[in-house]
Design a protein around this ligand. Structure first.
Ligand code: ZN
Length: 323
């Protein structure tokens, strides 16, 4: 490589996607970008979840914005290549950084930011730690990150009219997280679950497992032609994916309850010799699920995990209502 080429690469922006930022048309007026199955780490901007947009006669709704303004602006550029219609709504399916920290890229469009009625409060609680950790998570792509709370809060159900299609929003009780919002597009029968459904990836738990199992049954009732999970492939068979997730969460719940009864700590329980290895490839379910570090004890001595949740010995009882 010549010196001038090396110099050129040095000038490239920090956001370096392995492949060009791609969006896929999954139904008329419905577009999706698949994030990578990775943990948050510098050089891909927190681009690890599914982010989407839906085009109606009157304008566009964005569903999740990625893990940094850099990813959000890649999504915005993709929208602008496809339509000049106004971006009316930016919906966050929940508070997690990979889904909501790209919001700032859309401020210039003056959209209505939409989320669960608990989202603003949850963002406020986590703001300091998320902003503090963002540089570690995404490196230089952290520049310009803001937590932008919803200006339209959904506490039960709400409909957004995009013109010729309606997005039906459903706010769920604490399940995967404290702020889970489902989205259903009436024109294409597409359901976005946010992280209430993971496919090909171990679910992260930041809420209440028994309540999540209840919500899985509610999602099953939605008669969707296709389901877009928070992470993983779009599926025409949402029921099978929900079955896989139910099996994983049920097994986790049973194992953890047993571990607590036997007085084992979370650290003990997640050692492979004591049972299932939750944080490497997980073969519970039909597919291999790529691991996340959810059940590892803190690595850097802090009592804060990647998503700002305390990972102390008291966490599992809090997550898994034992009584
Ligand atoms: Zn996620």
């Amino acid at each position: 490589m010549t010196k001038s080429l090396i110099a050129l690469f040095a000038l490239l922006p920090a956001l370096a996607f392995a492949a060009p930022f791609s969006v896929e048309k999954i139904a008329p007026g419905v577009y999706l970008h698949h994030g990578q199955h990775k943990d948050l780490a510098p050089h891909y901007g927190g681009d690890i979840c599914n982010i989407s947009f839906v085009i109606g006669n009157n304008g566009v709704a964005v569903i999740d914005t990625g893990g940094s303004p850099a990813v959000g602006s890649q999504l915005r550029k993709s929208i602008r290549k496809i339509t000049k219609k106004p971006i009316l709504y930016v919906i966050n399916t929940h508070v997690h950084p990979d889904h909501a920290l790209g919001n700032a890229a859309f401020k210039q469009d003056h959209p209505v930011f939409v989320g669960h009625s608990k989202l603003a409060e949850t963002m406020a609680q986590r703001k300091e730690i998320y902003l503090h950790n963002q540089t570690e998570w995404v490196g230089a792509d952290a520049a310009g990150t803001e937590l932008i709370p919803p200006s339209l809060a959904v506490s039960a159900t709400h409909e957004l009219d995009l013109g010729g299609r309606t997005l039906r929003l459903t706010a769920y009780p604490v399940a995967h997280s404290p702020s889970d919002l489902g989205v259903f597009d009436t024109a294409s029968n597409t359901l976005w679950t946010g992280d209430l459904l993971f496919i090909e990836r171990t679910p992260s738990v930041d809420g209440d497992v028994p309540a999540w199992l209840d919500v899985i049954e509610q999602l099953r009732e939605v008669k969707a032609t296709r389901t877009v999970p928070g992470h993983g492939a779009v599926t025409a068979n949402g029921g099978a994916a929900l079955d896989d997730e139910r099996r994983y969460l049920t097994t986790l719940l049973t194992d953890v309850r047993n571990a607590i009864k036997q007085g084992r700590s979370m650290e003990d329980q997640t050692r492979p010799q004591h049972g299932r290895n939750y944080h490497h490839r997980c073969t519970i379910g039909a597919r291999e699920m790529v691991a996340v570090r959810r059940y590892q004890p803190p690595q850097r001595g802090a009592h804060i995990s990647a998503f700002g949740v305390g990972v102390g010995r008291d966490l599992l009882p809090r997550l898994i209502r034992l009584f």
